[in-house]
Write a protein that binds this ligand. Structure first.
Ligand SMILES: [Zn+2]
Length: 523
């Protein structure tokens, strides 16, 4: 017995423009798509329910190809600083939320909105007696107060490889931590199975409400013992139909292999070994071949010395693993591409370039000879448009986020959000990919790099499933595939510009069963 979905615009995303009006689903799978009358006759006697889609649009459900799922779940429960324009108001809110002598954490501040970079002293002035951390929106920079520095054991002479401690004019620590310095913070804030279970549940509920039913996630280094983190995934995904693909941070790979912990489970599996090559544009720590336009003394930082980075790639190969590297600046891309050329991936497998934010023609050409996936976050482009112009200058900015050229290299380009660094709202990713404008609708960064709506939708549906080899049953909406889809008020293919941002998700369905339904009352 099954369900007949009728009167919709049901896009397969198998071919551009391919669409049906009706679909018959049984045991969680699409048995047939086509015309309502024909399906009624074919499955007469087997149809238990009929759902009238009332002209709404249906697409295969989304997969976010780069996210920090537990971090996203934590952020949903923490003080959100992403819209904060006044530091003291934020600190007062934090002070009131404080309990015990635990760390007080705010997520996602942006110094551009605050008008200045917060420092240890500014936080001390409001909260002197408890450890406080403000995480910058890029998650490559954080600011702690004096109590926080003390808890982390950071003193004047501390040297951090692959990271940096900010200093004031007199050379004293100002509480700002960059890149690898944040590892200390992750260790200190930790996590345990119980906390992680709650965070994963919270994250998955929110993702379902955004039409996302799968994620490629990187969590195993930041939330306590990685074996317990995996147990937390087992617990939640034992009864929630969400698919997770877990990248394995280089600092936990030995332990997890020793414990034979990387076997595939029914709802999740493990992917490439994750390494960081550089930092972020926001913190001016992304590694550039030419200095920052707005700080000619800086070219960014190397998270690992070149010989150490090479050793990490060799280590992945010795384990038969692919490598997934965080690469933002063009010099970082050059380093990593060079290593992939020197130590090729095992035949039939693909390494991952995460972000690939700045690529010139020569780097794109070298990528076209490599078997790689590129994790793109179109939303960064619209979020950071002004910052990109400041950091990179008018000429170099044309090499930022070249999504169309990436597809042209033959690389598999995957859409994602990098949440909690950005929001998981796929409408924003689609808007950014097809318009290349700011969310306010201004500017247009290299319009020739725009994607079509079809390409943009595929990068959030089919391509991530190809990457995890689950594309024989998910990522498209065709006969014999899982009936895993989203229903939208309006058709993305009919929407232009900011109207894309206002489309409304009506329902998320996994294997024939709704996991999210919007309230009937529209707001
Ligand atoms: Zn990330």
């Amino acid at each position: 017995m099954g369900t007949l979905w009728v009167n919709g615009k049901i896009y397969t995303l198998n071919k551009e423009g391919e669409m049906s009006r009706a679909m018959y689903v049984e045991h969680g799978r699409v048995l047939k798509m086509g015309e309502e009358g024909h399906l009624r006759r074919t499955y007469a006697g087997r149809i238990k329910d009929i759902v009238n889609l009332e002209g709404k649009s249906v697409y295969p459900a989304f997969t976010d190809s780069h996210i920090h799922l537990i971090g996203y779940g934590e952020a949903l429960d923490r003080i959100d600083a992403t819209e904060t324009t006044d530091l003291n108001t934020l600190l007062e809110t934090m002070k009131q939320k404080a309990s015990g002598d635990d760390w007080i954490v705010a997520e996602g501040f942006n110094d551009r909105l605050l008008g200045e970079m917060p420092t240890r002293e500014m936080i001390d002035a409001v909260i002197p007696d408890r450890p406080v951390v403000l995480k910058r929106v890029c998650r490559h920079v954080a600011v702690v107060n004096s109590k926080g520095l003390e808890r982390l054991g950071l003193i004047h002479h501390t040297v951090i490889e692959g990271g940096k401690l900010g200093r004031d004019d007199e050379g004293k620590l100002n509480g700002v931590l960059y890149d690898a310095a944040l590892d200390l913070l992750h260790r200190e804030l930790g996590g345990n199975r119980e906390k992680n279970v709650a965070s994963i549940r919270r994250a998955v509920d929110s993702l379902f409400a955004h039409g996302i039913v799968g994620a490629h996630t990187e969590d195993l280094f930041y939330h306590g013992d990685p074996l317990e983190t995996i147990q937390a995934y087992e617990e939640v995904l034992g009864d929630v139909p969400f698919h997770a693909h877990l990248l394995v941070h280089e600092q936990v790979v030995d332990q997890l292999l020793q414990h034979d912990a990387l076997a595939k489970r029914p709802r999740f599996d493990f992917g490439a070994m994750k390494i960081f090559v550089d930092g972020s544009f926001g913190g001016r720590t992304a590694l550039l071949t030419q200095p920052y336009t707005d700080d000619p003394g800086q070219r960014g930082i190397e998270v690992h010395r070149p010989e150490h980075l090479e050793a990490l790639v060799k280590k992945a190969r010795s384990y038969g693993m692919n490598v997934a590297a965080h690469v933002i600046g063009d010099a970082a891309a050059e380093q990593f591409i060079g290593l992939l050329e020197k130590y090729p991936a095992k035949r039939g497998t693909r390494d991952r370039i995460i972000h690939a934010s700045l690529l010139d023609d020569n780097l794109l050409k070298r990528i076209s000879a490599l078997p790689v996936l590129i994790d793109a976050q179109p939303i960064f482009l619209s979020d950071d448009m002004d910052l990109l112009f400041d950091r990179l200058g008018n000429d170099r900015v044309d090499n930022a986020y070249r999504f169309k050229s990436m597809i042209d290299t033959g690389a598999l380009v995957l859409g994602g959000s990098d949440a909690p660094i950005s929001t998981v709202d796929v409408r924003k990713g689609l808007y950014a990919a097809v318009t290349r404008q700011s969310f306010a609708g201004s500017g247009a960064l290299s319009p020739n790099e725009r994607l079509s709506m079809y390409e943009a939708l595929r990068s959030f549906t089919y391509s991530p499933r190809v990457a995890t080899r689950s594309h024989g049953r998910d990522g498209l909406l065709i006969q014999s595939y899982n009936a895993t889809f989203t229903v939208w008020e309006n058709d993305f293919f009919d929407l232009q510009g900011q109207d894309i941002l206002n489309n409304r998700l009506v329902m998320t369905v996994v294997e024939g069963a709704p996991v999210y339904e919007a309230d009937v009352i529209t707001t």
